[in-house]
Write a protein that binds this ligand. Structure first.
Ligand code: FMN
Length: 361
């Protein structure tokens, strides 16, 4: 797939995920063969006001390139100013979030609210294209407000007519949030309606899922969100599958521990031990959620208060798995909970996708 001068070949994309798609995780996914990764959503207003927390989210390491920056906003003027500012850092693509359904975002008329207003959508895209100094613009959008208001074909045309270089479609409606099964079938008609590249997104958890999405719908590539949490190996497995026709299968404990520990190192350098610890714990849980012993991790990990202790714990835990010390787990139940909320260990009331690093995480 080509976006302007950027040729991603057949590689997959890492999705923007709040509090997850940070520089460390983007680097890990790039090392594993992701073609393009995105920052989490960054407030356009925050960027132009010099808000430190928002600007921090913009920081990236050259090793991550190619990289996309996703912004959040709904005022074409503010968005244009923010794009001018972001373009100075030379990301490879700048995206507008037109799909996020969470209340914290939609109460400001951001995210999924934009998909109800095609005039505004067009103005936003045009303002981004005019301000980006040639950096390609992408739009990440959902199918429509709800199943009775699917307007993706109209919106896709508006996105293309106003000069965007890539359309990413999360194949759910705003109402469906993350839980309902994704509905890939609309991708085929969107592909026919536009000539810019189309990336499909929604419930792709294995390399074969990604291949099926491409083959069944004709989309040009696939964006992975939850399917990369603790399993960034999906990118390398997919690349192998496309090159050889064979998926090498899930990684063994040794490889998982090695990548998890490297991820912990990156997090510590990126954020410092104090802030990194919470991120490191939740990523550790995701890396080991498909191995026996995950219940023991959940019992122990949140009381660990030092990075060095966590590192030792990861190593010892991997050795115990290799020695077969743990009982069989109910993986179906873990997967079911994970699909409802990625912080599956938190009680329901504590969960807010926009604060995915909160409390025990
Ligand atoms: C914890 C979490 C945070 C997310 N944050 C963002 C975000 O910042 N911007 C965005 O466009 N989508 C965000 N999403 C949506 C994902 O990018 C993706 O569209 C959605 O999870 C569907 O893909 P999947 O089925 O592969 O998980 C988030 C999803 C999750 C689970």
């Amino acid at each position: 797939m080509k976006i302007g001068d950027l040729d991603l070949g057949h590689k997959l994309l890492l999705a923007p995920m709040a509090d997850i798609s940070d520089s460390s995780f983007r680097k890990i996914c790039k090392e594993q063969g992701a073609g393009l990764t995105y920052t989490q959503m960054i407030s356009a207003k925050g960027v132009i006001e010099g808000n430190f927390d928002q600007l921090k989210l913009l920081a990236f390491d050259k090793r991550e390139k190619p990289l996309g920056v996703q912004i959040l906003g709904s005022d074409p003027g503010i968005i244009g100013e923010a794009v001018k500012e972001i373009a100075k850092y030379k990301p490879d693509i700048i995206d507008i979030n037109s799909g996020c359904p969470i209340d914290k975002v939609t109460k400001h008329n951001f995210g999924a609210c934009i998909l109800d207003n095609k005039i505004l959508l067009g103005e936003i895209v045009k303002s981004m294209v005019n301000s980006s100094g040639g950096i390609p613009i992408s739009v990440k959008i959902r199918l429509g407000r709800d199943e009775k208001n699917i307007n993706i074909l109209e919106n896709a045309r508006v996105v293309e007519e106003n000069g965007a270089s890539l359309l990413i479609v999360h194949t759910r409606t705003r109402k469906e949030k993350y839980y309902e099964p994704a509905n890939w079938k609309d991708l085929a008609s969107i592909k026919k309606a536009i000539s810019i590249p189309l990336v499909g997104n929604g419930s792709v958890f294995t390399p074969t899922d990604a291949k099926n999405m491409i083959e069944q719908t004709g989309c040009d590539s696939v964006m992975i969100a939850r399917g990369a949490l603790g399993t960034p190996f999906i990118f390398s497995r997919f690349n192998k599958l496309m090159e050889t026709g064979i998926d090498p299968g899930v990684s063994d404990v040794k490889e998982v521990a090695e990548v998890a520990l490297r991820h912990l190192d990156y997090l510590e350098s990126e954020k410092g031990e104090f802030v990194a610890l919470g991120h490191a714990k939740k990523n550790f849980v995701w890396y080991f959620r498909e191995f026996n012993g995950i219940s023991k991790i959940l019992e122990d990990v949140f009381s660990i208060n030092k990075y060095s202790t966590l590192r030792e714990y990861v190593q010892e835990h991997a050795e115990k798995i290799l020695r077969g010390e743990f009982e069989n787990e109910n993986f179906d139940e873990i997967k079911r909970k994970f699909l409802v909320k990625v912080l599956f260990w938190l009680p329901d009331a504590d969960y807010d996708a926009s604060k995915s690093n909160n409390k025990k995480g």
